[in-house]
Design a protein around this ligand. Structure first.
Ligand SMILES: *Cc1c(COP(=O)(O)O)cnc(C)c1O
Length: 501
């Protein structure tokens, strides 16, 4: 008997849906540029930035939205963001090459924030162009100050990144101490005194403009606590004569990948049942995504991105700013306003939500040995090209058949398939999940993986076996006509009449 289809259909907003509906266009792109292929919509990244900005306005807050560049390597997206309001949109770079790329795409140094691990060259160029340096440690501060003095660089604006937040959530002193997650980055709050002293010592070379944190979690509670703790630490700094004015709350606003909550609940429930052996496996060789059967009970934690999210992105920021903070009992937005602090955010994934898709050609389809109800679908793509597994993102690709009208085969209908890649590796599965498609694909069809611009499309791309790395194209619309160009050829300019880019 065939498995009943357990779909995880993607959330697709209008601009991406319209692109996805233009099946002949997408086929023609892959015919020319090969499989795999990434397709980006640069206009959407600007719309997303505007959505974050509107949350600022709603709360009467000022400060910038910094795109965390590491989420995507594209030039088109960075150039489109460079064309946004300079007062509202900046970029967060985490390496020397990202910094060079941002500058070459039109960002001036004063709109750049340097984060992540930093070597001397990265620090020098950041300081040279007037970027803000988001300091990870006292050691990094000392290295920067030394470079500034040795090479006669101007005084550098710095943020101090903090970590190891803990707080007393109870009242009257007998509360539970909640420890936030450990991070390799940032100075633990417990060592803040040493940091403030170093900042005072190096005031000739650096100016502390604010405090920062980045918590890789979806937990609103934990983030609200860290935000409140930063506001309080800002007051401590001011009492010592430092003059910070910005709280930078990092990224991690999230993206909802699966459209329907019900599908996500059904699938995750079914995974537990399958792990217990109560239903046929939903994965390659019974993989449990971190869950295991211990004597009839499911144990472990699923290492999965919460693919259906009722609130994500700008909406998540709105909730974070609106909820009552635990210690001071007021919403973070009010705290920021009362303490005269600006707000910075560094969204990566959320800023490129709905900005792109990744296409793969179906190369070969055959029934699985031992289970003719399931099929193996081999794609012109590998697990590095859409690193869904790496990020625990589970969502179905969309089938884009070749040709306008297909003759439906008699047994056409939903079918479970395993998507395998183009490498000679047993582990080269696009996803370990059994994917249900509305019908069996054929060689020549395309599968479109939707909403891949955040980390999924190029973070892990590699040249193993000399297979081609996906090319990336930017698609724009003007006067009802769709244009495309290679990512590197995109500039945020309108096209001269009638001349495609
Ligand atoms: C990765 C990262 C971000 C972006 O995180 P998202 O989850 O993509 O929003 C922001 N700030 C820092 C410091 C990061 O390392």
């Amino acid at each position: 008997m065939k498995d009943a289809p357990l779909y995880l259909r993607p959330r697709v907003d209008p601009p991406l849906a319209s692109l996805l509906g233009d099946v002949p266009f997408l086929h023609s792109l892959v015919d020319v540029l090969g499989s795999p292929l990434n397709v980006l919509l640069p206009e959407v990244v600007a719309e997303n930035a505007e959505r974050f900005r509107s949350v600022y306005r709603r709360h009467h807050l000022v400060g910038r939205v910094y795109f965390a560049h590491k989420a995507n390597r594209s030039s088109a997206l960075v150039r489109r963001l460079a064309a946004c309001d300079p007062a509202g949109v900046g970029i967060d770079v985490a390496s020397l090459e990202e910094l060079r790329h941002a500058l070459s795409c039109g960002f001036t140094g004063d709109r750049v924030m340097a984060t992540g691990p930093k070597d001397r060259e990265f620090l020098w160029l950041a300081a040279r162009v007037g970027a803000t340096v988001n300091l990870d440690s006292v050691g990094e501060l000392e290295l920067l100050a030394q470079l500034v003095r040795t090479y006669g660089l101007g005084r550098v604006d710095v943020l101090a990144r903090l970590s190891g937040f803990e707080s007393d959530t109870g009242h009257g002193g007998a509360g539970t101490r909640v420890l936030s997650r450990r991070s390799r980055f940032g100075t633990p709050l417990a060592e803040a005194d040493e940091l403030w002293a170093a900042l005072e010592r190096h005031q000739d070379a650096v100016a502390l403009t604010g405090l920062a944190y980045h918590l890789d979690t979806t937990g609103l509670e934990e983030k609200a606590r860290a935000l409140e703790r930063c506001v309080l630490a800002m007051d401590e700094c001011r009492a010592r004569g430092l003059a910070p004015r910005v709280v930078d709350i990092g990224g991690g606003f999230g993206v909802g990948y699966v459209a329907e909550a019900g599908e996500w609940e059904r699938w995750t429930t079914a995974l537990s049942e399958a792990v217990l052996g109560a239903r046929p496996s939903l994965t390659w060789r019974g993989h449990g995504y971190g869950l295991r059967n211990e004597g009839g009970t499911v144990r472990g934690a699923a290492a999965l991105y919460p693919a259906h999210r009722p609130v994500a992105g700008p909406g998540y920021l709105d909730q974070l700013l609106s909820r009552t903070a635990p210690v001071l009992g007021r919403p973070p937005a009010t705290l920021l306003l009362e303490h005269l602090n600006d707000l910075y955010v560094e969204p990566g994934r959320a800023l490129v939500d709905q900005c792109g898709l990744s296409l793969a050609r179906v190369l070969d389809v055959r029934p699985m040995d031992g289970d003719p109800t399931r099929h193996l679908v081999r794609l012109g793509m590998n697990a590095g090209d859409v690193s869904l597994e790496e990020h625990g993102v589970l969502v179905d690709p969309v089938l884009l058949p070749r040709g306008d009208s297909r003759d439906a085969a008699p047994d056409d209908g939903p079918v479970g398939v395993h998507l395998v890649g183009n490498l000679c590796l047993e582990a080269d599965l696009i996803t370990r999940r059994l994917v249900f498609l509305p019908r069996l694909p054929r060689a020549g069809d395309l599968l479109a993986f939707v909403n891949t611009a955040g980390y999924v499309s190029d973070f892990h791309a590699h040249h193993a076996q000399r297979q081609p790395v996906a090319r990336t194209v930017a698609v724009t619309e003007e006067g009802g006509a769709r244009h495309w160009c290679l990512d590197e050829d995109y500039w945020p300019l309108t096209h001269p009449q009638g001349v495609p880019s």
